[in-house]
Design a binder for this molecule. Structure first.
Ligand code: GAL
Length: 454
């Protein structure tokens, strides 16, 4: 589907992407599992953050979410019936290590063993993310990502996961979008743990950076034949005008949003020249750190949903750049007020291809929230279907042009808990009735099933 030419039919098949290309769906523990306090599970920063009034839309939380904890078999069977053969989910650190370190919860391990074994029984390859934003609260109480000890806490957690699941899990993702969990959680305070300011953000950035590589090294050493990656949020950035100020503002935003975490990983250091405030990172960098932040991942997970238009602003501290909301630009938007701009995914694949040292790129998340209407037991989510088709076409074009991209995962399988936005934005291929936990395949889900089966 081409948004500029809606008459043009979508006629790609999975085979057109080559034999190594994988299609799948992505999820995250806190957004789907529920069962926040079963067995000896410890609280996570999201349990804590959502327990405080005013932090999320209508004070919603993930205590039940999609109840994946008890419904995982039905959900995985539904996936199978939709011809989905790759399933990305994350492990909840505090379900496995209730205090973040120390004793392992055998009930937590048993839950993930059941999920993994059931995937394998159904012929679905499990892709595991070690960290998708739900730090154990016990570790946050000691400073969380802003505390240097997180390096050893994370190393231990990765070792525990490799020990218990490494015999069956061969596809690993270390971190999900470090820019988002440090930026929203430790600078803006709009995500858990709700902390603000540079004194939280800068150490959190540097420690997350170190943990990317630490996690990679643990998995490489402990899991034979592992395929190991880590993911980055990124968006094409366009300057609002050609004025020198706006162009500079766009460069700064690009350095912060798109380059901050990938470049030190590749040995290029922090992009401090465009974001001078990052010089404050120096205070947290120990002598060997920048060497140890480098790791040779098998793949990089690129996660793109939109593009950003950026202009100069005197009022934004440090950066002097601000995002011009899509709703103010007279463009097609999703429910998140994100511009529908499929070319961004092509451009980000191209950008990441230009770096030396990236072996493979996988789109580990892409999708959209629209105001879905359940009508006569059906959800005719035409806009999502078109969004997915348009983005998949761009990925195909990238492949055709010789760019190195080997996978595409839809965000997400079922509608779920969308962080601070609560349950309002629905991103699923499958509609969730949150009162009954009924699942209803949307038109986009039916289309994806047909596409995968074709
Ligand atoms: C990503 C995140 C997901 C999901 C998605 C849609 O940034 O990794 O957990 O929420 O955005 O907003």
């Amino acid at each position: 589907m081409d948004f500029n030419n809606p008459q043009k039919p979508f006629n790609l098949k999975p085979q057109d992407f080559g034999k190594d290309f994988v299609f799948g769906v992505s999820t995250a523990a806190y957004q789907i599992e529920g069962a926040h306090a079963v067995h000896d599970k410890g609280a996570s920063i999201w349990d804590q953050f959502t327990s405080k009034k005013g932090n999320t839309f209508n004070n919603q939380h993930g205590q039940v979410a999609c109840d994946f904890y008890t419904k995982f078999e039905a959900d995985i069977l539904l996936m199978k019936s939709m011809n989905i053969s790759h399933f990305r989910f994350s492990l909840a650190w505090s379900r496995i290590l209730p205090n973040g370190t120390g004793a392992v919860s055998m009930d937590g391990v048993a839950f993930y063993n059941r999920v993994i074994d059931f995937c394998l029984e159904c012929g679905i390859t499990p892709w595991v993310t070690l960290y998708h934003w739900d730090l154990p609260q016990a570790l946050q109480d000691q400073g969380g990502w802003a505390h240097r000890d997180v390096l050893s806490w994370f190393k231990n957690y990765a070792q525990v996961c490799a020990t218990y699941f490494g015999d069956r899990i061969k596809h690993w993702i270390v971190l999900n979008e470090p820019m988002v969990f440090t930026g929203a959680g430790y600078f803006l305070g709009v995500h858990a743990p709700g902390n603000k300011g540079l004194k939280n953000f800068l150490p959190a950035v540097h420690h997350a950076m170190m943990c990317q590589a630490i996690g990679g090294r643990v998995l490489r050493a402990m899991v034979p034949k592992a395929f190991i990656g880590t993911t980055f949020s990124c968006s094409e950035i366009t300057a609002y005008s050609e004025s020198a100020k706006d162009v500079l503002a766009a460069k700064k935003a690009d350095a912060l949003l798109n380059r901050l975490f990938i470049e030190p990983l590749l040995g290029l250091g922090y992009p401090t020249e465009h974001v001078p405030v990052l010089a404050g990172l120096e205070a947290y960098i120990k002598p060997n750190d920048l060497k140890e932040a480098v790791f040779d991942f098998d793949f990089i997970g690129v996660q793109t949903y939109t593009r950003e238009v950026v202009k100069h602003s005197y009022f934004v501290p440090y950066l002097r750049s601000k995002i011009v909301k899509a709703s103010k630009r007279n463009v097609k938007t999703t429910l998140m007020d994100w511009e529908v701009y499929p070319r961004s995914i092509y451009n980000m694949i191209e950008r990441f291809n230009q770096y030396q040292g990236i072996h493979k790129i996988l789109i580990t998340e892409n999708g959209a929230a629209f105001p879905d209407m359940l009508f006569n037991g059906k959800v005719h989510d035409k806009e999502r279907l078109h969004y997915l088709q348009a983005h998949i076409e761009q990925v195909h074009q990238a492949k055709k042009d010789g760019l190195n991209v080997e996978g595409y995962f839809v965000w997400t399988f079922t509608d779920n808990f969308e962080w601070a936005e609560g349950y309002r934005p629905r991103f699923g291929l499958v509609y969730t009735n949150f009162s009954t936990q009924e699942r209803i395949l949307k038109a986009s889900g039916k289309w994806f099933k047909t596409f995968l089966g074709s």
